[in-house]
Write a new protein. Structure first.
Length: 75
């Protein structure tokens, strides 16, 4: 399963969170952004359940993460 996650962070946490995300094997690619969202990362998992667990139990628990929006790739 492939998904993109848009992340809003507390001000000043962008690079710290990006570095933390790179430690997870599920995170395939990451970019710090300008605009409405601060980070976009591409996540690869074996199932929707694994994706959900990763986002809820790991990604959203990182200090400084305020909001996430997940876009699941259709093909």
């Amino acid at each position: 399963m492939l998904a993109y996650v848009l992340i809003t962070t507390k001000s000043g946490y962008e690079n710290q969170i990006a570095t933390s995300l790179l430690e997870f094997s599920q995170v395939d690619n990451i970019h710090v952004l300008f605009g409405e969202f601060d980070i976009i990362c591409r996540i690869k998992t074996n199932s929707e359940i694994e994706l959900r667990k990763f986002i809820l139990n790991k990604l959203r628990k990182i200090e400084g993460v305020e909001f996430t929006k997940t876009l699941i790739v259709a093909d």
